[in-house]
Design a protein around this ligand. Structure first.
Ligand SMILES: [Ca+2]
Ligand SMILES: [Ca+2]
Length: 107
């Protein structure tokens, strides 16, 4: 196998990977602009940076402005989460959304 051939194959691979990445972002962009008819809401897609439908601790940090590891009603409001969603997410009703509680919503 010649050197040129190897180069050609890796070029095709790179193009394939780039196309897959572009397609992934295009699809995600369409999802978040399609409005509230999906199961997930706008703030959720905004928060779910990698688009896997779940919120990781890192993603939750975007709302947790005081860094105590849980989301208070004020932090949720500041991020644009409607009060009704907050109450639904706060499963045990202690006034905070923990990562566990977010999991039950996302998963
Ligand atoms: Ca907090
Ligand atoms: Ca709670």
């Amino acid at each position: 196998m010649g050197r040129d051939e190897t180069m050609k194959i890796s070029k095709v691979l790179i193009i394939g990977v780039v196309l897959a990445i572009v397609a992934y972002f295009v699809m995600n962009g369409m999802k978040s602009s399609s409005g509230p008819d999906g199961a997930k809401h706008g703030w959720f897609s905004k928060l779910d940076a990698n688009g896997d439908g779940k919120l990781s601790p890192d993603e939750l940090k975007a709302i947790d402005t005081n860094g105590d590891g849980k989301i208070s009603a004020d932090e949720a409001k500041a991020y644009g989460i409607p009060e009704g969603h907050f109450n639904k997410l706060d499963v045990n009703g202690d006034g905070y959304i923990t990562q566990e509680e977010m999991k039950t919503y996302g998963g």
